[in-house]
Design a protein around this ligand. Structure first.
Ligand SMILES: [Fe+2]
Ligand SMILES: [Fe+2]
Length: 275
């Protein structure tokens, strides 16, 4: 039996974790921040809050995997801190979201098969890490740049944790590769669509996404699309294919190879269900 990943990730992440005290909020160059940037940070802050709804979903849908549920204590802490660090930044300008009205963003994510959720979050963290790095490079204000960099590093580490949980799951049940590969393919196709793991509309019980309630989301999305270069999606695809090649034990050099793999795995699943 493999060793628990919670133990491993707890120690690994504790060693590299940044501290809120490392962020020099008193050195923010207020003149270097536009209203457009503050609007962007505000939407970003409220989107990070969606880890609250995702954590409820994780603990419900992964209840048969206590190791993963234990790891959620780390993920939830770090994601909620993304919300808080952005909130602290907004506070300097008196623009933080009113905490007494946060219930308007609450959503209930529908129950979903856990292997697909796991792969979706793995790809989502890899994409978000790239987004944050771009936002850091584009930031005109140094403290905001630092915050975006710290969050980017967290998101990449989260992706590695999810990848480790996928690897561990495959050791027990190799047929899970089909769900992982199909979900990764879905995440790579049409990246401009609503593919944010904690806010996508189809995942909610009532068809309402968190983003439907966040004023200024469309302007946020427009700016993301302007700031994130096409190369980023290519780099994401390369990274996803590299990991899936390792998990599948075969070389996946292109998205076509991934599509072929999913078709083959889907056929194998159908055959085994028919027999
Ligand atoms: Fe985050
Ligand atoms: Fe994350």
């Amino acid at each position: 039996m493999s060793s628990p990943l919670y133990d491993l990730h707890y120690h690994r992440l504790e060693k590299v974790r940044w501290d809120m005290a490392d962020i020099p909020f008193d050195q923010i160059d207020r003149d270097a921040v536009s209203q457009e940037t503050l609007d962007f940070v505000r939407v970003n802050c409220l989107m990070e809050l969606s880890s609250l709804y995702a954590t409820r979903m994780f603990l419900r849908d992964f209840r048969d995997n206590p190791d993963f549920c234990q790891f959620q204590s780390i993920w939830y802490f770090e994601e909620m801190r993304h919300y808080l660090v952005l909130r602290e930044y907004l506070k300097v300008f008196g623009l933080e979201p009113d905490f007494t009205t946060l219930d308007q963003y609450d959503t209930e994510l529908s129950p979903a098969p856990w292997p697909n959720t796991l792969a979706m979050h793995w790809c989502g963290e890899l994409r978000l890490g790239r987004w944050y790095l771009n936002w850091a490079r584009a930031a005109d204000e140094p403290v905001l740049e630092l915050i975006f960099r710290r969050i980017a590093e967290d998101e990449f580490r989260h992706a590695q944790c999810y990848e480790d949980f996928m690897h561990q799951a495959l050791e027990t049940d190799p047929t899970l590769l089909s769900a992982f590969a199909n979900t990764a393919k879905w995440m790579l196709v049409n990246p401009q669509g609503d593919k944010h793991p904690t806010t996508y509309r189809e995942g909610s019980d009532d068809g309402q996404a968190v983003i439907d309630h966040i004023g200024g989301y469309q302007a946020f999305l427009h700016r993301v699309q302007q700031m994130v270069p096409v190369d980023d999606e290519l780099s994401l695809e390369k990274r996803v294919l590299k990991t899936l090649s390792r998990l599948a034990g075969e070389e996946l050099a292109s998205r076509s190879d991934l599509v072929r793999l999913t078709l083959r795995l889907n056929q194998e699943t159908e055959k085994s269900q028919a027999s």
